[in-house]
Design a protein around this ligand. Structure first.
Ligand code: VAH
Length: 317
């Protein structure tokens, strides 16, 4: 039985159906701060900072694995850095403590390229680069990686983790990150509206298509225990591009699409993050191989978002 925290978020809302498909609907318990409307499937209201409630859910369903996706993201996090640290750390420490006490078999911890700061090389950032993050979110993710390893070494808890790049999907909306522009831009292109980008045109960042991100997560969690040699977190790469490059790729399909640039605070965050990352450890240890390249990603996004908006139009008419 799998418990997922942050189930309504950008990743959770796509990971839940993928897990249910693979392991059976009844074997996946979705949880989030707020309830969802379709109550048929197993859903629990859970504030991940509440250890007692988490323990109660774990016991009630006999949970054996936890995917801990609940967190405040980078850009939102900077509005209240201390609260971001408190929430992100308390939630993850609860997951680790509940897992230790209730003898959970496996834990998934999403880290992020936000753990890298000024010390890390910008191009092809190695897995073991020095971590000096400059956002509260990044600081909490880096600390979480150390706690993950601590629980593995000290208690033998099987915690597994990847450092996600920006995740791009048509299925769900991101919530307050620095990489969100790369999803929003597609919605504007499809609605034939001009887009104002909050990053500089040449601010290159590592990204991954949603389906690749979900597949990576499941592949890591299903890999034989012995093959996991990294117990803090694995760099995960898909592709890398700048807003200008993404715009050009979209314009091949939508020649009239216009983008202007009005960088805000999020540009300062992005400037400290890698341009591209080296994920050779993930490739060697558990066979990671991304599928989606730029052209395919752009086509898939546009096709599916067009369908989505068409569907909405017919529904409203
Ligand atoms: C953020 N999307 O922008 C997240 C992510 C790669 C960064 O962790 O905060």
């Amino acid at each position: 039985i799998i418990l997922v925290t942050g189930a309504n978020g950008q990743l959770g809302s796509v990971l839940i159906p993928a897990l249910r498909n693979r392991y059976g609907t009844d074997n996946v318990i979705a949880s989030d701060l707020r309830g969802r409307t379709d109550q048929e499937e197993r859903f629990e209201v859970l504030d991940a900072t509440d250890e007692d409630r988490m323990t109660e859910i774990v016991r009630r369903y006999g949970v054996t694995q936890i995917y801990h996706l609940a967190a405040i993201l980078s850009a939102n996090g900077e509005k209240n850095p201390v609260r971001t640290w408190d929430v992100n750390m308390q939630a993850f420490l609860n997951v680790l403590e509940v897992s230790r006490k209730e003898r959970i078999e496996k834990v998934f911890y999403p880290s992020s390229i936000a753990v890298f700061g000024e010390s890390a090389p910008l191009e092809n950032t190695p897995n073991d680069a020095f971590l000096d993050p400059l956002t509260s979110y990044g600081i909490s993710k880096a600390a979480g990686e150390n706690w993950a390893k601590y629980y593995f070494v000290k208690y033998g808890l099987d915690v597994r983790s990847v450092r996600y790049p920006g995740v791009i999907g048509y299925q769900s909306d991101p919530g307050g990150g620095t990489t969100d522009y790369a999803v929003e831009i597609f919605h504007y292109a499809v609605r034939e509206q001009p887009f104002s980008c909050f990053l500089n045109p040449d601010e290159k960042l590592p990204m991954i298509f949603m389906d690749d991100a979900i597949r990576a997560t499941i592949e890591l969690m299903e890999a034989p225990k012995e093959s996991i040699t990294n117990r803090s977190s694995y760099n995960l790469a898909g592709l890398s591009f700048s807003p200008a490059e993404l715009t050009a790729a979209i314009q091949k399909h939508c020649p009239d699409f216009r983008v202007s640039y009005t960088p805000d605070d999020r540009q300062n965050i992005a400037a400290k993050w890698p341009n591209s990352i080296d994920d050779s450890a993930a490739r060697t240890d558990w066979g990671w191989e991304p599928e989606y390249k730029m052209e395919e990603l752009v086509e898939t996004m546009l096709t599916n978002l067009r369908k989505k908006y068409e569907h909405e139009k017919t529904r409203l008419n």
